[in-house]
Design a protein around this ligand. Structure first.
Ligand code: PLP
Length: 393
């Protein structure tokens, strides 16, 4: 009895401690919380549109209408046509599909990419290289994370059935690549251009009618939408082949019954992201500069990884004793602060970030880096608390 009681009290006190602890979420490049309007939309669709969009009866046709409306909404935000949008389960799936089909069915013999890409691209390229023996060339980056555009131009001069896969905004540093410039270079030599726009869709204006991009991928959970849903943009006239077989969904390009509520939620999230873009961007940019100012006050020797970075990501090197690096995230987490060292899929790893490894020296890499990524839901009070905790570590 005594034992039972003390165990009960222990659980209660732990629960009380966790519930009363302040929670500060500064990991918005990993994923974002879902907007309430998006949740409402998804619940409504789940309750009312349970039909299979491939069914020919009215309940199925109604679900299909919801899905096609969502496709038009997504297309409208990005200034392209609805037929250019293909729904997928994630950006990772979209990238796998595009790159595989480009090699297998489009005759691509060489891929030019960079070592600072997300693993969704890097690992897919590696797998395709092993499977099809294609040539892979990597464009370097400068210590500030910017791309070596001259090297890209040189590599493109020897264009031979080439696809370029380069991201827009780096998810670890926020460094922005000039996709207009890359696209223009690709066009000069008829190379295809696949662009990972996961970190910029919903956060910056993208006019796909005007931008020289052939393939684009995006993921709803990065712009306050649901997880497990994303899309590919495939420029009109380009024809890919499926990697998933079993149905005629998505023009036969992506078999599998569509997740209507997630698609509707994604469209709602994107629409809201663009409706509020200017105000949200101003808030987030303000928070980022405030955070940097506060960090500098406490750690005058802190530096930023990357130059000309996107408005929602701040990757900083802290002049903290190297021995504290492994425990830094854990200590912050214990105080209710969620952020990462690098991308979410490797933030728990002891290995240095593959992105920073391309930019920093061995010695610089040993110092603790933190990726702080903001959303419009953050406040200055969140940052004040984060700084207070950081100071105490
Ligand atoms: N590309 C970038 C730049 C990302 O940040 C992410 C997500 O972490 C992905 C691709 C993968 O997206 P998804 O989570 O939809 O597979």
């Amino acid at each position: 009895m005594v034992l039972k009681l003390s165990f009960y009290h222990l659980i209660r006190s732990v629960t009380f401690y966790i519930c009363s602890m302040k929670n500060v979420y500064l990991d918005n490049a990993a994923t974002t919380s879902i907007r309430q309007e998006v949740i409402d939309e998804m619940v409504h669709v789940m309750q009312t549109e349970y039909g299979n969009p491939s069914s020919t009866h009215s309940i199925g046709r109604s679900a299909k209408a919801v899905m096609e409306h969502a496709r038009k909404t997504v297309a409208k935000q990005l200034h392209c046509t609805a037929s250019e949008i293909v729904f997928t389960s994630s950006a990772t799936e979209a990238t796998n599909w595009i790159l595989r089909s480009a090699v297998k069915d489009y005759g691509v013999k060489r891929i030019i990419t960079s070592k600072v890409e997300h693993h969704a691209t890097l690992y897919t390229v590696k797998a395709l290289q092993e499977e099809f023996g294609l040539t892979v060339d990597y464009v370097g980056v400068h210590p500030d994370g910017s791309l070596k555009y001259d090297q890209l131009q040189e590599l493109l001069a020897a264009a031979d059935a080439t696809l370029v896969s380069l991201m827009h905004v780096n998810n670890e540093t926020g460094v922005v690549h000039d996709v207009e410039k890359i696209g223009a270079l690709c066009r000069q030599v008829n190379a295809l251009f696949h662009c990972d726009t996961v970190q910029s869709v919903g956060k910056s204006e993208l006019n796909l009618q005007e931008l020289p991009l052939d393939f684009v991928v995006a993921s709803a959970h990065k712009f306050h939408g649901p997880k497990g849903i994303g899309f590919a943009y495939v420029r009109k006239g380009l024809v890919l082949q499926p990697i998933l077989f079993g149905g005629e969904q998505e023009k036969g390009w992506r078999a599998g019954t569509e997740s209507v509520h997630q698609i509707a939620g994604m469209a709602k999230a994107l629409e809201l992201a663009y409706t509020h873009l200017e105000e949200d961007r101003a808030v987030i940019a303000g928070l980022k500069s405030y955070c940097w100012e506060q960090i500098q006050k406490v750690f005058p020797e802190a530096t930023i990884n990357g130059a000309s970075t996107f408005y929602n990501i701040l990757n900083v090197v802290l002049p903290i004793d190297e021995s504290k690096t492994p425990m830094l995230l854990f200590s912050l987490d214990m105080k209710g602060i969620a952020l990462s060292r690098g991308s979410a899929c490797q933030s728990g790893s002891a290995k240095p970030s593959h992105v920073l490894a391309e930019m920093l020296t061995e010695d610089e890499l040993k110092k603790p880096s933190l990726r702080i990524s903001f959303s419009h839901y953050n406040t200055r009070a969140d940052i004040d608390y984060f700084i207070e905790v950081l100071q105490s570590i």
